[in-house]
Design a binder for this molecule. Structure first.
Ligand SMILES: [Zn+2]
Length: 150
């Protein structure tokens, strides 16, 4: 599953869950992606928040239960929501928010201009592609809006 932040022509922003990016594009082409506010189909993808982890493979979430082997059915929606909140909390605490400078900052880390660390922020599709090619671990997760002014 992949979540996209979507924005309708009427200005409403909402989230859409899709099987993958191709699934989204197919549904959008067929006019199936509708605004929950006005029902319009003039919906476009906006920048989605991503977390970028320089140290691939060293992620410790503290759950200790290992990865699901499958065959035991789908986890309940409440469990998914709880897991998502855990991930959001983990990312908020352990990843430095660099906002729209996600790609720029990761490049600076790559070239030794900045201390390597876990960062989070926003990236365009092109930037995310570039970051993946760079070999880092890139997660796209829906994050609650943060309107705190520092
Ligand atoms: Zn709308």
């Amino acid at each position: 599953m992949i979540v996209f932040d979507l924005k309708c022509a009427c200005g409403l922003e909402f989230e859409g869950w899709f099987g993958d990016r191709a699934d989204f594009e197919r549904q959008q082409a067929d006019g199936l992606v509708r605004c929950p506010g006005c029902g319009g189909v003039e919906v476009r993808k906006i920048l989605s928040p991503v977390a970028y982890n320089r140290c691939a493979g060293s992620t410790a979430t503290g759950s200790g239960s290992g990865h699901p082997e499958g065959g035991s059915g789908q986890p309940a929606e409440a469990e998914l929501a709880a897991a998502l909140r855990m991930v959001q909390e983990f990312v908020r605490r352990n990843f430095e928010d660099v906002g729209a400078k996600l790609a720029e900052t990761s490049l600076r880390m790559r070239y030794g201009l900045e201390e390597p660390r876990n960062i989070r922020g926003f990236a365009s599709e092109e930037e995310k592609k570039m970051l993946r090619e760079e070999g880092g671990e890139l997660l796209t997760i829906p994050m609650p809006r943060e309107d705190e002014a520092n």
